[in-house]
Design a protein around this ligand. Structure first.
Ligand code: NAP
Length: 532
């Protein structure tokens, strides 16, 4: 990237160290006693050192095209969840830095929105190419800070970049309308125009794709953006921001601030210059942001939590169902909003599925994301492990049976065993809430109607999966499911060309595809009168 690196000191993220140095700016990630593999730490350190000397590890926020420290000098540690090692310290920003980022985005909006669509498209395309040219380095950076296996991380880089490529093309297709007028001396038009400055708040589980899925359509429409990545995974976002400048996207069009989430969020919500809030994350925070956006009546889109049912019918092809369920459940250690949260299995195939699925899960290799053949990395932090443990305990206490796994992995840290639990019932936490971990709860059902009722028995409505050999059933059930996305005989269905988003409390609006552009556009009606 041709940038000066920063000094990296390898330490462990320890609670005493954190509270000493960072006070309110830091949430301790690792608080439990851990076993720690020296080999793992050494690999990660050498990758980090290489990325640092190549300029991929940035420690400052990005405001108006300038790398900027927090105004009070505070920093936060970014840790590797597989080893607990500190990768670097980044600026811990708040409201003042966010206000400056908004001002810069607003100023740049005036010129960026005036460029031709073709010109914006060219620069987005260049950004896509630069990200793809550096997909290995960005993937390594992602594995370092997020923990997902390297192959999966590089896959996310390509997936994330695909939104930029898609919206570089879509920039040229922001069409308006001409409406036949009711009066003969009038001509009526509809223009679509960029909404303005966008505040984009993103989670840690997809450190690149959740950003590009928002920033690419925003830029394509002519908007400018203030991005707030999760404090847990800001490094991939900062590297992508640097590449945006190299691609010719002007300073101020993409700003990145990270640190104190509620101060940054409040500044974005309070500013009348921010015309749109786009958020991916938990339903609780999404609701707060939606309420906060009311003060200045901003446009809002929300991609929130899920509780995905994965329904296996008796007539399913067992191999297809096994492969699809494994993919949707265990990707990213179960930490995605579209991961199967409940596996509903029809009674005729239940025992056969449970035994074959447990065998496949048992064969999964757990380890550091840089390890050869690793299919499952660590969870993001101790809090995530505690949540998984409490859900599993709740299920066992209410009569569920662990078939495989069910406890922390012998590797220590935040590794958790890939787990299958049978005899799960609707009232257990595993059915009611998003576990966000590598636990597959199996629930038995009798009829198609039962499956639909059980699947829809939740406030969430993001993704659902069905496995069946019947074309009629696949249509019937897809139509009956109250979900924004349905995978039929397929466990991984997200793509830049299709709309992604939830029903009920899983969110508002859609990302990806042609529909994703509408979120960043205002519709303006123009009436030309006295035309005779
Ligand atoms: P989260 O706690 O809601 O955090 C998401 C983002 O919001 C982070 O950047 C976080 O900052 C920030 N944040 C937290 N409190 C805030 C506040 N008061 N004001 C403004 N920003 C605030 O969610 P998470 O734990 O990172 O992510 C997991 C959740 O995201 C799951 O529920 C998952 O289902 C959902 N998700 C949904 C989708 C989808 O497309 N529907 C995709 C991926 C994930 P800090 O991290 O810096 O605190």
């Amino acid at each position: 990237m041709g940038l000066g690196g920063i000094g990296i000191a390898f330490r462990r993220c320890s609670p005493s160290f954190l509270s000493m140095r960072f006070g309110a700016c830091h949430q301790p990630r690792f608080t439990s006693a851990v076993m720690f593999s020296h080999q793992m730490s050494t690999n990660a350190e050498s990758v980090a050192a290489r990325l640092n000397s190549a300029g991929f590890i940035r420690s400052q926020g990005f405001i108006g095209g300038k790398w900027t420290d927090a105004y009070d000098g505070k920093t936060i540690e970014v840790c590797n969840p597989a080893t607990g090692g500190v990768i670097t310290n980044v600026s811990c920003m708040g409201g003042r830095e966010t206000n400056d980022a908004i001002a810069s985005a607003h100023e740049t909006f005036l010129s960026w929105s005036k460029l031709t669509a073709a010109e914006r498209s060219k620069r987005l395309r260049k950004w896509y190419e630069l990200i793809m040219d550096h997909k290995d380095e960005l993937g390594q950076l992602m594995t370092l800070e997020q923990g997902k296996p390297l192959k999966e991380a590089i896959g996310e880089v390509s997936y994330g970049a695909s939104f930029i490529e898609f919206y570089a093309e879509e920039a040229k297709r922001v069409y308006g309308d001409i409406i036949p007028a009711a009066m003969s001396d009038r001509r009526l038009f509809v223009l679509k125009q960029p909404v303005g400055v966008v505040g984009a708040i993103t989670p840690w589980n997809f450190p690149l794709a959740m950003i590009t899925r928002k920033v690419a359509p925003a830029l394509a429409c002519g908007c400018t953006v203030v991005v707030k990545p999760s404090e847990l995974t800001p490094l991939t976002a900062l590297a992508a921001a640097e590449l945006s400048i190299q691609a010719g996207i002007p300073p101020g069009a993409v700003n990145v601030v990270m640190g104190n989430a509620s101060d940054i969020g409040d500044a974005l919500l309070a500013s009348p210059q921010v015309r749109k809030i786009t958020f991916t994350g938990s339903t609780a925070v999404g609701k707060k942001l939606m309420a906060g956006a009311a003060g200045t009546v901003k446009k809002v889109s929300l991609e929130l939590g899920g509780n995905a049912p994965c329904i296996i019918f008796d007539d399913a092809d067992l191999d297809v169902a096994l492969k699809g369920t494994l993919a949707t459940k265990f990707r990213n250690s179960g930490q995605t909003c579209v991961c199967a949260n409940r596996v509903l299995v029809q009674e005729g195939i239940y025992d056969k599925f449970a035994s074959a699925f447990s065998k496949a899960v048992e064969d999964m290799k757990v380890g550091d994301g840089f390890g050869e053949g690793v299919g499952q990395g660590p969870l993001i932090n101790d809090a995530a492990v505690r949540k998984v443990e409490s859900f599993v305990e709740d299920a066992i206490s209410k009569g569920a049976k662990v078939l495989i796994g069910g406890k922390k992995h012998s590797l220590g840290m935040t590794f958790y065993e890939p787990t299958v639990i049978a005899d799960v019932k609707s009232e257990m936490l595993l059915s009611r809430e998003e576990v966000f971990g590598p636990v597959a709860p199996l629930l038995k059902f009798k009829t198609e109607e039962d499956a639909i009722r059980m699947a829809n028995d939740t406030n969430a409505g993001l993704a659902a999966y069905i496995f069946t050999s019947s074309i009629q059933r696949s249509w019937r059930v897809s139509e009956a499911l109250e979900y924004g996305l349905v995978g039929v005989n397929e466990g991984i269905i997200s793509t830049e060309v299709a709309p992604f988003g939830g029903m009920k409390q899983s969110g508002l609006g859609r990302e990806g595809s042609k529909y994703g552009m509408d979120e960043y556009l205002e519709i303006k009606y123009v009436c030309l009168g006295n035309m005779n």
